[in-house]
Design a protein around this ligand. Structure first.
Ligand code: FUL
Length: 450
């Protein structure tokens, strides 16, 4: 047996990339996911009616009655807000299912909603398809209702429900495995490997989120803050769902052998579920724009939660906020002021890039003398994430002046600074893991409404 061990080890190291000298790279599904940039969460369950954030599991299905529910209203609002996936809490910690699962009575089928004939997972999946956005599901492993929780039979229960979600609702773009669990919850060994295998088999295009992957990791907080330095790589060996090292996940690890980019989940309201008392605490469009800079602008994705109310509708305040958020972003990033002669860097194609070495500088001519206060830089992450630190300067007519100095770039780095006027800017790669594939470079003047 022994003689097989070394070749096996070597093969494993090469597959991980670091030992062979090549860098970890995204899978096709991760690459496509990263480019979506903004995705949405819909937290909805019995909590909406009990005013809780974590249900107990003993709520009666009779309290769940969203009489005006309109999944098209949700889907249209999310589309208008520029969100590319809608992820619904098909089952939160209370165990109540928003679809009529065959495996429990604790579901919508025993609620007054459509006299027990409703299926919100179906309604939303169809609405998403109709408006042209993707669809995802959150299925809480922690279940405070299901009696088998704490035994291995629960793993079978969970997989039965997962299979229902993966087979009856068309294409699923993302599956969310939340690691959260109350301190007094029963001990439970989740069969994550089994769950993940099922997703790969039944929905090969779906990315899977948990604290630590396999495809997407948690950003380490629920405040909407990706690390100032944010690597898409980590060493997954030390991480597990529910046992996350929050700081490590926030910044990633430049030496990490596993490509598992960060997703920044945050709510438009203080809570994840709708509460009447929070109606006046909805984030403003400007606050949401700031979240975009702190997540997408730091090589992460923004997963913004917009919770339906007791009627089953998104509130007008929330809908208006996300629409305005998108309008501001569209205005800010409408005109790239870089001269058309740098065409590879302004063609919005990540696959056409300019290769730069460490210490190499690149001067970017603007399309005349321009006022600007935002810069967007993108690496072609299909080749891995490489930039460790960089400097951006502008020409003041006599000399180069520092505009910003920063660390990682990855899919996107957004820089904000007070307005300057100039004809050219200069990018210097100060440190990198390997040659840099610079895909895009944008110079902008922010919308006055930011
Ligand atoms: C947490 C949960 O406990 C919250 O209720 C919410 O679902 C959030 C997105 O994840 O871990």
């Amino acid at each position: 047996m022994k003689k097989y061990i070394l070749p096996l080890l070597l093969a494993a190291c090469t597959a991980q990339g670091q030992v062979s000298g090549t860098l970890p790279k995204p899978s096709a599904r991760q690459l496509a996911w990263q480019q979506l940039e903004t995705t949405a969460f819909l937290h909805f369950t019995v909590n909406t009616y009990t005013d809780k954030e974590w249900g107990e599991g003993d709520e009666s299905p009779s309290i769940f009655n969203p009489t005006k529910l309109d999944a098209m209203q949700w889907a249209k609002a999310l589309k208008a807000g520029g969100f590319k996936i809608a992820i619904i809490t098909a089952k939160h910690h209370d165990g109540f299912c928003l679809w009529p699962s065959k495996y429990t009575e604790h579901s919508i089928k025993n609620s007054p909603y459509k006299n027990g004939k409703g299926d919100i997972v179906k309604e939303l999946s169809e609405a998403c398809k109709a408006v042209g956005i993707k669809f995802g599901v959150y299925l809480s492993p922690w279940d405070r209702h299901e009696k088998s929780y704490g035994t291995d039979a629960y793993n079978t229960y969970y997989k039965n429900q997962l299979r229902e979600l993966l087979t009856n609702y068309g294409e699923i773009a993302e599956v969310w495995f939340d690691g959260a669990k109350g301190e007094n919850a029963k001990n439970m060994e989740y069969d994550f490997q089994g769950y993940w295998k099922m997703v790969r088999e039944l929905q090969p295009k779906a990315v899977m989120f948990s604290d630590a992957g396999p495809d997407v990791r948690w950003v380490g907080n629920e405040k909407g803050n990706a690390g100032e330095t944010c690597w898409s790589t980590i060493n997954n060996a030390g991480q597990a769902p529910g046992k996350a090292d929050e700081h490590y996940l926030n910044t990633g690890d430049e030496k990490g052998p596993d490509w598992i980019p960060a997703e920044t989940d945050v709510s438009i309201r203080p809570g994840w579920f709708w509460h009447e008392k929070e109606n006046a605490k909805v984030r403003t469009p400007q606050n949401l724009v700031n979240l975009y800079y702190q997540s997408v602008g730091r090589n992460s994705l923004l997963l913004l939660n917009i919770p339906p109310n007791r009627d089953g509708l998104l509130e007008t305040t929330d809908v208006n906020a996300i629409q305005k958020f998108r309008a501001i972003l569209n205005e800010t990033f409408a005109h790239n002021l870089v001269s058309p002669k740098h065409k590879l860097l302004i063609d919005k194609k990540l696959s056409t890039s300019k290769v730069l070495d460490v210490n190499q500088s690149l001067i970017l001519q603007l399309d005349g003398e321009k006022e600007f206060d935002r810069i967007a830089i993108q690496e072609n992450i299909a080749e891995g994430q490489r930039i460790k630190s960089f400097l951006v300067e502008f020409w003041d007519g006599k000399t180069w002046q520092k505009l910003a100095e920063s660390t990682t770039v990855g899919h996107k780095r957004l820089l904000r600074f007070p307005t300057v006027k100039s004809t050219q800017v200069r990018l210097t790669i100060k440190d990198a893991l390997a040659k840099v594939y610079l895909a895009e470079f944008g110079v902008y003047k922010a919308s006055a409404q930011e």
